[in-house]
Design a protein around this ligand. Structure first.
Ligand SMILES: [Zn+2]
Length: 311
């Protein structure tokens, strides 16, 4: 989720629906840029989360599908590299800047972790547990993943073993990190982004500690020369991911130390506890919003979102 950026900047506490986010953007101006990454994998950048596409003799597998109004442009962009159809869509998580294309592209088979389907089906409140909040509406059944998995799944297409591995509590509780094994490309979903401090959807089961865990296990399993597609931002490397993990750990430790000294959330903001990491303070998630996120994560404050039933 990054689409809230501009709206959040003008009214961080505003309760905007994801539909409102979508309406606030002029999708007619968006162009989809296609870049070959490695092996069978292309990167598609438009508006919303990055799309990875594996293209080969078996057809197309895409990871994430941005917003519904962009579906025709996404199809046209893919046509520039192949005449084959989109056969599978993997959703890295439920946010509508990554799943909005599910409905118009649903003649493909949609695959995601169990919690993505649950959250798309139910709709609900997402946010950092404090001032960053949004509502999403229940999705129609055609837009829901029809194959779901609890831990991981592998698609065997285009000579690739495309492995989607669940990160139980990172950006949300339904995240997948998707590794194109033969091409050596990974799509990190929103567990790794380049827009500064991350948005962690604490209301939807996300956590900073879980995000660190997910990224550390990805760092341990991925080959050193893997090309990294962030959820948002330009193509990156494992060194970029390492620097990001260090920032997450250091900011978590800084807030944790102050909490142990008895500081309140307001005091943490007043004393600007994250000032050493000021360069990560973005227009979407600024220092104060990330202090709230770390505070809510460490204190177990989960916001007023209704709990989702887990199996
Ligand atoms: Zn997201």
């Amino acid at each position: 989720m990054k689409i809230a950026i501009r709206l959040a900047a003008v009214a961080a506490a505003c309760l905007c629906s994801s539909v409102a986010f979508a309406q606030a953007q002029d999708f007619s101006k968006v162009e989809i840029k296609v870049t070959k990454v490695a092996g069978t994998v292309y990167l598609l950048e438009g508006a919303g989360g990055n799309i990875a596409a594996s293209v080969g003799e078996d057809g197309i597998v895409i990871v994430d599908d941005q917003f519904a109004p962009l579906a025709d442009k996404i199809r046209a962009a893919l046509k520039s590299v192949t005449d084959k159809p989109i056969r599978f869509i993997i959703n890295t998580h439920y946010h509508d800047d990554h799943t909005g294309g599910n409905l118009p592209l649903h003649d493909a088979t949609i695959v995601a972790q169990d919690n993505v389907r649950k959250r798309l089906a139910s709709g609900g409140t997402g946010g950092n547990g404090s001032s960053l909040k949004f509502e999403s509406k229940p999705s129609p059944k055609e837009a829901l993943p029809i194959i779901t998995f609890s831990h991981d799944v592998t698609l065997h297409v285009n000579g690739e073993d495309i492995n989607a591995l669940h990160a139980p509590s990172g950006h949300t509780d339904g995240d997948s990190i998707v590794f194109f094994t033969q091409s050596k490309v990974v799509h990190m979903g929103d567990d790794f982004v380049t827009y500064g401090f991350p948005f962690v959807d604490i209301a939807a089961g996300g956590s900073v500690r879980g995000m660190i865990k997910a990224l550390e296990s990805a760092l341990a399993r991925l080959p050193p020369d893997v090309k990294v597609i962030p959820g948002h931002g330009p193509l990156s490397t494992l060194d970029d991911v390492r620097a990001y993990v260090k920032m997450l750990k250091d900011t978590l430790a800084a807030v944790s130390k102050e909490l142990k000294a008895g500081k309140t959330l307001e005091q943490l903001k007043q004393q600007k506890v994250l000032s050493p990491w000021q360069r990560y303070s973005g227009e979407f998630v600024n220092s104060d919003l990330f202090i709230e996120t770390l505070y809510n994560d460490l204190t177990g404050k989960k916001s007023d979102a209704p709990p989702i039933k887990h199996n």
